[in-house]
Write a protein that binds this ligand. Sequence first.
Ligand code: R1P
Ligand code: GUN
Length: 306
Amino acid sequence: MSTPIKDDSRHSTSSSTISSAPFNSIVGEHPNAVTNRFFSYERIEEISNYLRKKIAAAPEVAIICGSGLGGLAELITDKISFPYNEIPYFPSSTVPGHRGNLIFGILNGIYVVCMQGRFHPYEGYTTALCAMPVRVMKMLGAHSLIVTCAAGAINKDYNIGDMMIIKDHLNFSNFAGPRFPPVGHAYDREYVTLMKQVAIKHGHELREGIYSGLGGPCYETIAEIRALRILGGDAVGMSVVHEVTVGAHCGFRILGLALLTNKCLTEYNAAHESLHEEVIRISELKANDMQQLILNFVGVLKENYV
Ligand SMILES: O=P(O)(O)O[C@H]1O[C@H](CO)[C@@H](O)[C@H]1O
Ligand SMILES: Nc1nc2[nH]cnc2c(=O)[nH]1
């Protein structure tokens, strides 16, 4: 199916105020600053209603694709695709490797909603805004959330191209939003077990570890990586934690998957530096493995839970 055309003048007015220009906090307020404020229940409802009118069914599973991992959307059939800048109050995707589409359709027999690209706080958006689509996807009916990301490997035994189930996180990001949501069990233990079984069954090697979520946009210093390693971090990135916090707050069952795209620097005499181009290159190289894992996991969800 083709991309839906905006047919609601109220929403056209809203979205016409949404600029695609990247926010530069140094030069002043983004013209779309209204979207950066707190998202009320009514606002989430308004966005959900806009989408609900145009989709074929209520999604069961929500998926967020990390850097270079948006190819998963190619596996979705009966697609209805909304560029982010056509959805009321959605910000724009500004990071290479994040295509910026919200895609509804069928993945391995389940109706899903897939974010082909995410929002990062370093793009100038508040964490609450970056995580806002999680609330929209929940309101549309999804019960499970799969977050994927590219991340740097901190654990000495983990290598470039490894896939890692996120069993927990260290959150070094700030946040504004509902207060004191518990996140001790944010990552669903049953889903972790299920994903491990899926990986074994389909011959994928899977690591497990703790994701450290930092604000970015710079990669880490050597001192920071050494500190994160002491704290128990196995991987590091600039996303996930805000989505998982909000996902836990609104009752999602959550699975997190990281693709390790680079080894983090731990020695001052190391020759290489991390590069986003390299992150995307490795993500795209290994994306097929990640896609197969998710496809099979979703199939198991369908058999067991839906
Ligand atoms: O977490 P995703 O969106 O996959 O992106 C990761 O890749 C970028 C750095 O190369 C950062 O945005 C980091 O968070
Ligand atoms: N912060 C951070 N994010 C990443 N995303 C992919 N690799 C990295 C990394 O090394 N550090």
